[in-house]
Design a protein around this ligand. Sequence first.
Ligand SMILES: *Cc1c(COP(=O)(O)O)cnc(C)c1O
Length: 394
Amino acid sequence: MIPPVLPTYSRAPLHFVKGEGSWLIEEDGRRFLDMGAGIAVNALGHAHPALVAALTEQAGKVWHLSNLYEIPQQEALAAMLVDRSFADTVFFTNSGTEAMELAVKMARKYWYEKGQPERVEIISFEGAFHGRSSAAIAAAPTEKMVKGMGPLLPGFKVLPHGDWGLLKDAITETTAAVIIEPIQGEGGIRPLSDEDLKTIRAICDATGVLLILDEVQCGIGRTGRLFAHEWAGIAPDIMMVAKGIGGGFPLGAVLASEEAASGMTLGTHGSTYGGNPLGCAVGCAVIEIVSDPDFLDEVNRKAGLLRQKLEGLVAGHPEVFEAVRGQGFMIGLKCKVPCGEVVKAGFAQEIITVPAADNVLRLLPPLTLSEDEIAEAVTRLDAAATAVTAALAG
Ligand SMILES: *Cc1c(COP(=O)(O)O)cnc(C)c1O
């Protein structure tokens, strides 16, 4: 019999009833160190006082206002994002997938208004993840996500990840945009180098196609900069963010240059909830904290410490782990055993990690993770790896 909740998720039998900073507390009282942060969502951990205050204060005033009216919290958050990024304008969504939908529409509308309506094709890359809508799965058509769900939306071309010569050749006069994650998240923490990003930007510049960066997972301080592309010294034309920007409140956004957004005129897009006062009040509190240079310095310092300890962990368990990769607090441990086994062994040690493709164990802790918690995380991962090794031998 089908359960009341549609059974599309593989869920661990854990019932968390409370969160405190980097910790999730199970019904039975066990305290789990949360190195997953809801897949990079709880950027400031659980129940951060500034976020609780922002949410409850707004909740006592007004929860929802239609976009038929001006929403001051939305204007404030948009102004903060514009002030701190390449962007000139922002549209708020409730999720990363919705941001993907708008990014695609915006790129196509741009060319339509430029008098080149044939430019509709979006180029994406293998291993990418952009969400679960029809457009998003057409851009990242893994078998698991598309089988039986056709016909796939036309207008997408998927290239191998990492061969920029192929990208150059694939761009034609029907190409609208290139979409890429600076660090693939679901794909297994596969980072682009600064050189890669510069090359992709140069190819887009030479051909005029728009560059869309999907920073839904790697943005909002995760890599030690507010946005991951800042490390490469380049800027996109359009960028999607979500996950961390709401710190746990459903919120996403599309950031764009004035030029790239020029087709999105009155009435061309909308959302009932997108940019509502509750989400934007929390978003303002998140950006206020995360964009502080001192906060980002701390993220970089602590991420360096974690990285160093993880290199030691990998060296100490060569039968379990192969390598560490990623940047900042977006880290992948490439596994030699099925990574799901390590995640499970982690649960027994009361530490939460997240599996990804390419047999990679993901660590996406709250950006507020402390030095003590870093040491604790590595101790627990060490115990988990020892248990996995013992099980292998047994
Ligand atoms: C999670 C994710 C999405 C989709 O976001 P949702 O909020 O789940 O719709 C898109 N792109 C990337 C890179 C993601 O990690």
